[in-house]
Structures are given as structure tokens and as C-alpha cells.
Design a protein around this ligand. Structure first.
Ligand SMILES: Nc1ncnc2c1ncn2[C@@H]1O[C@H](COP(=O)(O)OP(=O)(O)OP(=O)(O)O)[C@@H](O)[C@H]1O
Ligand SMILES: [Mg+2]
Length: 253
């Protein structure tokens, strides 16, 4: 079999050249990293869970008309996506204060924000992905004003969709991060949601207990990360609730 061409290996995924021009394959690894890779571990099964969860969110977004790079899931760990030029920004949407925002502004984690707040960080690991303003983005030419309007509207639509989906299974969407890619249709460019949406890139709290069901479990040593992601997948119906086979149907009167 011909060897695939690896384009990039990141902390959580490997990107391979896809089978057709304009496509890539994303392979989800089991590696977990935090604090700019200062903390590292291998969490068995994380890649499989993230691949399935990411598929679930991306398919849903495509169905409601939010364009994403996702084409189809190929197997347990891989998905076929449109290749794009990644805008060098991490786009963060926050509904409740947590993490760096809590630290920066002295807000208690879990404080509801007056409205969703969108933040931008410049994607550069060696600088620790610093927070930047739209002034920086325009001045350094990372995205145009038109791009920024489109990015804001994509980010807010993803937020409404994800908040609703999570609300339906008793989970509060505290915040999340997405990446945006450019694709070209002839002379025109379009912006689409790229990279991944998974519990690695969201903060998810159980609505009743406040239990964390996202990567903070790993960052803060709060328990088993795969168990937390399995809980999210099970609630969303992405993973079966039980591995015990059902032998015969049960009639309910
Ligand atoms: N459709 C796409 N086309 C091209 N590149 C993509 C696409 N989707 C995601 N990427 C890029 O592929 C890489 C995925 O790997 P991973 O998430 O492991 O990277 P990372 O370690 O987080 O590093 P980075 O700082 O580059 O995001 C990222 O660099 C991401 O920007
Ligand atoms: Mg990444």
C-alpha cells in the first residue's frame, strides 16, 4: 500500500494528504497536552471519542447551514475534511467566566457573562497563543475587516448551536475555541469552521452538579478524562449507553 503523505503532526492530531486534491485526513491521537504542552499524557481512547464527538458537532453544523471543513468520518480515528488555509487565530467564545478570563478579570469561575464574549488569540505556540485585539489582526493583516465580520458571525452561530445541543443533555457550555479556514472557489474565498470541536476545545459543566466534563479534568487532575468524554458522548447518543447486548425487545404498556 502506498505510504500516505504526512502534512503536519500537532499535539492532538496528525494531518495527512487526502485522497483527492483539496482534501486532508485528520487522525485523532490519544495524546493529551495542557499549558502549552508542559503537561502531557496519553489517554487511551481519547482520540476515538474526539473523532466521534467532532463528527457529531460538525455534521450538525453542516445541517443547519454553518459551513465546516468536515466531509465524512472514515474510521475510528480519522475523518476526511476539506483542506484549507488556517486563519492564524484561535477564536474563543465565552458564555461564563472560566480559565484565563477569570484570572485576567478577577471573575469567579462560572459567573454568567452579560452576553457571549468573543476573544481572539494569535496562533503561535512559541508565544503561548497571546490574546490580540481586532486592531492587531487588521494591522498585521491576519484577517480583513470582512473576514472578521464573517468570523464573528460563524463563532456566534456555532455558540448558539453548541449551547442548545448541550443544554438538551443537561450540560452548560461555558466556553469553546474554534479555528477558521479559508477555502477558494475560483476567485472567491469562503471562511469555514475547521480543525475540531470536541471536549478538548470546550468547557462543559454538568448543569446540576457543576462536574467538569472537558479537558480541565486533565489540566487540573480531577479524575479520568476518558470517563468524562464518554459521559458527554453517551448523553449525546454518540456512544451506546451500555455495552451489554439487548437480547430481545421489551414491550412497554
Ligand atoms: N482543514 C484543515 N486544513 C488544513 N489544516 C488544518 C485543517 N483543520 C485543522 N488544521 C490544522 O491542523 C493542525 C491539527 O493538529 P493539532 O490540533 O494537533 O495541532 P496543535 O498541536 O494544536 O498545533 P497548532 O498550534 O498548529 O494548532 C492544526 O495546526 C490546525 O490548525
Ligand atoms: Mg489544535
Amino acid at each position: 500500500m502506498a505510504r500516505r503523505n504526512k502534512i503536519y503532526e500537532g499535539k492532538a492530531k496528525i494531518i495527512y494528504e487526502g485522497p483527492e486534491a483539496g482534501t486532508i485526513v485528520q487522525y485523532f491521537k490519544d495524546d493529551a497536552t495542557a499549558f502549552n504542552a508542559q503537561k502531557k499524557d496519553v489517554i487511551e481512547g481519547k482520540g476515538v471519542l474526539n473523532n466521534r464527538l467532532c463528527e457529531y458537532f460538525m455534521v450538525g453544523l453542516n445541517q443547519i447551514g454553518v459551513p465546516t471543513h468536515f466531509i465524512k468520518r472514515l474510521n475510528m480515528r480519522e475523518q476526511l475534511c476539506k483542506s484549507c488555509e488556517i486563519v492564524p487565530l484561535e477564536v474563543i467564545v465565552r458564555n461564563y467566566a472560566a480559565g484565563t478570563m477569570s484570572k485576567r478579570l478577577g471573575l469567579e469561575e462560572g459567573t454568567q457573562l452579560p452576553r457571549p464574549i468573543v476573544e481572539y488569540c494569535y496562533k503561535d505556540d512559541s508565544l503561548g497563543d497571546p490574546l490580540v485585539s481586532e486592531e492587531h489582526i487588521a494591522a498585521f493583516g491576519w484577517a480583513s475587516q470582512q473576514d472578521m465580520d464573517d468570523i464573528l458571525s460563524l463563532a456566534l452561530r456555532v455558540n448558539d448551536f453548541l449551547s442548545g445541543v448541550m443544554y438538551g443533555v443537561g450540560i452548560k457550555l461555558i466556553d469553546f475555541k474554534i479555528e477558521i479556514g479559508r477555502v477558494y472557489d475560483g476567485d472567491y474565498q469562503r471562511l469555514i469552521v475547521a480543525d475540531e470541536i470536541s471536549p478538548d476545545s470546550c468547557r462543559l459543566w454538568d448543569m446540576e452538579t457543576g462536574q467538569k466534563l472537558d479537558k480541565d479534568v486533565f489540566r487540573r487532575d480531577l479524575g479520568n478524562l476518558a470517563d468524562a468524554y464518554t459521559e458527554v458522548a453517551t448523553r449525546l447518543g454518540v456512544m451506546p449507553k451500555t455495552s451489554t447486548p439487548i437480547t430481545k425487545p421489551t414491550l412497554i404498556n
